[in-house]
Write a protein that binds this ligand. Structure first.
Ligand code: NAD
Length: 496
């Protein structure tokens, strides 16, 4: 059934309509209208799916999409221009450049935790780069998915976009039975691997925006009050269901108790004595995930929270310690409101734990000691690192967002989204007269090679002092030339 739909999109793409800058601008502007004219409906959908507050909707769903749209409209023309390349001596007269071309019909698969942002933000870049797109929101945020479908159909070019509401079985069929030109997937690494396998059949490029266990090291030099506040906000926004939220905390024994006490204090300040009644505290996406999270409390000591109301999908902000070696929470991504705190001997042990598991999407460190910050940054690897803050980096347009290793392949946001959805096509056009080309054709001779070699083999970089003297020589020669010209002009005036 979907084949006909896909063919329709492919025909539109092949008509080249998506390549004009005016079409791209119109579609991106239509996305802006789509958001601005439907804020209430978006808010309602997010409330039903995840009990998101208006603030969460504005700052964590719509702000990034809005800013990417503005950034795209401001910079599209510049981004679409070919990149001029350096040339070898043989190519001085030729055009050597990289053009940014669309891939064709791309598939964007989103996760449920930020259903609008995770589908619409990639879509801005897909459009900017001139692609047609199939969008598949997560079935686990059904109200948001249905609204995305309705809005895309109403606001965007129906010949070029299609939204599919599909569960795992149909999604699997979609990627296994149809050929896309690029797949942009956000979700867990298990499904990410299935996507990559399916894509391999057609050698379809994939961008995988995955998750994992994000470590957060709290050093004894940190500003405890500020650290606790930012952890409480970073961990329990959207009830912990954020791919960049800290999964667990590492700290030395001496600060564990004061840190826990401060975090409790901050949670109470933010969500009151009973977060269940707070307008600002979210809900778990469904009962299955509440059960999954409840099971993660096996083999831990709950030092704060732990209240669960399955029927309301409520799971309190929860802090756990003394985690047993074989507890599931140690290995599984939590992706919910449980925060384990582990004791480390020192920073070296913390770094060794951070390097032990798979590479994380986001790593964080809270410290005032510069040496600690530099050491953690230098000796670990992750998609991104935040120092003395959490989540906030996500809104920075010029920071590429994406993972490394198990946390993903590729990145996006701002100009990076445009790059991700563009094929870099090498363009070489020759204007060299044939007379200057004789040196490359057979029959070959030793003499030919000795002429050609200095033209095509690069010599190493020119040492800085030589560069300096070369520049000086050029400036001096220009000066001498100008003085000479000046003399000729003034003398010719004398005689006239
Ligand atoms: P998921 O892997 O269950 O599903 C993600 C998407 O894949 C959904 O749209 C789903 O319908 C689809 N899907 C499921 N099975 C499929 C299959 N067999 N073939 C094709 N598509 C299939 O992930 P989730 O539970 O929705 O999200 C949670 C995970 O996503 C966490 O690991 C989290 O860290 C990660 N995440 C990452 C980011 C990021 O930007 N890096 C953002 C949000 C969530």
């Amino acid at each position: 059934m979907f084949s006909a739909e896909l063919e329709r999109l492919r025909n539109s793409y092949n008509s080249h309509k998506t390549k004009s800058i005016s079409w791209r601008r119109d579609q991106v502007r239509a996305m802006m209208r789509m958001i601005n004219e439907n804020r209430d409906a978006i808010g309602d959908a997010l409330k039903k799916d995840l009990n998101k507050s208006q603030m969460d909707m504005e700052l964590m769903e719509l702000m990034c999409v809005h800013n990417d749209i503005i950034d795209t409209l401001d910079n599209l023309e510049e981004r679409m221009k070919p990149d001029k390349c350096r040339k070898s001596l043989l190519s001085v007269m030729n055009t050597v450049e990289v053009r940014k071309e669309p891939f064709g019909v791309v598939l964007v698969i989103g996760a449920w935790n930020f259903p609008f942002m995770l589908t619409l933000q990639p879509l801005v870049g897909a459009i900017a780069a001139g692609n047609c797109a199939v969008i598949k929101p997560s079935e686990l945020a059904p109200e948001s998915g249905a609204l995305i479908k309705q809005l895309v159909e109403k606001y965007l070019d129906p010949d070029c976009f299609s939204v599919i509401i599909a569960g795992p079985k149909e999604s699997s069929d979609l990627i296994n039975n149809h050929r896309f030109d690029l797949i942009f997937y956000t979700g867990g690494s298990f499904v990410g691997k299935l996507i990559m396998q399916a894509a391999a059949k057609h050698l379809t490029p994939v961008i995988l925006e995955l998750g994992g266990k994000n470590p957060c090291y709290v050093d004894k030099s940190c500003d405890l009050d500020c650290t606790a506040k930012r952890i409480a906000w970073g961990k329990w926004s959207n009830a912990g269901q954020a791919c960049v939220a800290p999964d667990f905390i590492l700290c030395e024994q001496a600060i564990r108790e004061p840190l826990i006490e401060k975090i409790k204090e901050k949670v109470r300040e933010m969500y009151g004595d009973d977060p269940k009644n707070s307008e600002s505290y979210g809900r778990i996406v469904n009962e299955r995930h509440v059960k999954r999270l409840r099971a993660l409390l096996e083999g831990v000591e709950i030092v704060y929270g732990g209240d669960i109301d399955e029927s309301d999908r409520y799971f309190a902000p929860t802090i756990v310690t003394n985690v047993k070696e074989d507890a599931a929470i140690k290995n599984e991504e939590i992706f919910g409101p449980i925060l384990p705190i582990y004791i480390v001997k020192d920073i070296d042990e913390a770094i060794s734990i951070m390097n032990d598991g798979e590479k994380s999407l986001q790593l964080s460190v809270f410290a005032r000691d510069r040496k600690v910050i530099d050491k953690v940054t230098a000796k670990t690897s992750s998609g991104g690192i935040t120092v003395n803050d959490l989540l906030i980096q996500h809104g920075e347009l010029d920071l590429p967002f994406g993972g490394v290793g198990d946390s993903g392949i590729g990145n996006y946001h701002g100009k990076y989204t445009f790059d991700t959805f563009s094929q870099k096509r090498s363009v070489y056009e020759s204007f060299t007269p044939e007379l200057m080309n004789v040196v490359r054709y057979p029959p070959y001779s030793q003499r030919q090679l000795s002429v050609l070699r200095p033209l095509v083999f690069k010599s190493g970089p020119i040492p800085k002092p030589i560069w300096f003297f070369l520049k000086l020589a050029v400036i001096a020669s220009a000066g001498v030339l100008m003085a000479y010209l000046y003399k000729i002009v003034t003398e010719s005036k004398k005689f006239s």
